[in-house]
Design a protein around this ligand. Structure first.
Ligand code: ZN
Length: 312
């Protein structure tokens, strides 16, 4: 394999809350009516995408660290998913790196963020909680007052939501979103709406959840960037930063005509969620996921498309 665009073959998951949207709306050839997640860019033991039909991303990362800017990370640092929720996901929280390292066999913690691709009228999701003190949190969890505990916020298409470790969160049925996250699968389930899977409730992780939940929760306005502000601030045909934290920088790329920019980052993940075009002559369309390696040089995209991009 020589250094060029890395095109990835997604890996799919089946989930009790999944549906058929990833096949019907993105054209992915995947059977089943319970498809929840498309792992578009992943190098994780639970999902490792094939690069250019040849090798897994984890192998490419190991064999060619220079394609990823020789960053200081023993594994590919990001995981990019499209999540299509027909039903509500369980209420969860993730640890940070320090807690995960100590309690989860050296795993990364999980910081994640969402860009809303589609949402029904009046959609909400869970981000944060209403407990004011640790004591109040523990009391509400002990008494099972989860519906009072969780904080729902309204969202619509094009909104961006940052979920720091320690944030109680959940995707609600009807939403489709693109998630950019640290390469980790460590999730503590706090509440599952008393649902049953195969006749039994799914396991909850109350103690670990309470260990890591941030109290009080962050102000919702600090977590959400609204579509109207993003659209007002963005410059067409260039990488527009949506959020930068210690774990990733995420961009919206909106191409209408021709976009030209240098790939001057350690690497650049790109997931096209709307439209189609050509990237340096290669056809790209909605549902494609790719990585532009370090030192790739000048990028020219022609067409009409929208993508979420990211790097570290
Ligand atoms: Zn999460």
């Amino acid at each position: 394999m020589k250094k060029d665009i890395l095109f990835l073959s997604p890996v799919f998951t089946h989930n009790i809350w999944g549906g058929t949207g990833l096949r019907e709306n993105f054209g992915y050839e995947i059977e089943g009516d319970d498809i929840g997640e498309c792992w578009g860019i992943a190098a994780h033991e639970n999902g490792d995408c094939l690069v250019n039909g040849e090798k897994k991303l984890s192998e490419v990362y190991r064999e060619h660290p220079d394609w990823f800017g020789n960053i200081d990370s023993d594994r590919f640092p990001l995981l990019i998913k499209i999540i299509d929720a027909k039903d509500d996901l369980s209420i969860q929280v993730h640890p940070d790196d320090a807690y995960a390292k100590e309690h989860e066999n050296g795993s990364f913690g999980k910081t994640e963020c969402w860009y809303i691709l589609s949402a029904p009228e009046g959609a909400t999701l869970v981000a944060g909680h209403n407990a004011k003190t640790q004591e109040e949190l523990r009391e509400m969890v002990r008494e099972g007052k989860f519906r009072e505990l969780i904080r729902e916020i309204p969202v619509s298409v094009g909104d961006f939501i940052q979920i720091d470790p320690g944030t109680v969160h959940a995707i609600k049925g009807g939403l489709t979103l693109l998630e950019t996250q640290q390469n980790s699968d460590i999730t503590y389930r706090l509440y599952d709406y008393d649902r049953l899977q195969n006749g039994k409730p799914r396991e909850l992780h109350l103690e670990k959840s309470m260990d890591v939940i941030t109290v009080p929760a962050k102000d919702p306005e600090e977590q959400v960037k609204r579509a109207k502000d993003i659209e007002r601030e963005k410059k067409p045909n260039s990488l527009c930063p949506l959020h930068e934290c210690g774990k990733y920088t995420v961009y919206l790329l909106d191409v209408e005509g021709t976009a030209s920019f240098p790939q001057d980052k350690n690497f650049l993940c790109m997931s096209v969620f709307e439209g189609e075009g050509k990237l340096n002559g290669h056809p790209v369309r909605k549902g494609d996921h790719l990585i532009l390696p370090f030192g790739y040089g000048e990028v020219t995209i022609e067409g009409t498309l929208r993508a979420i991009c990211s790097t570290v």
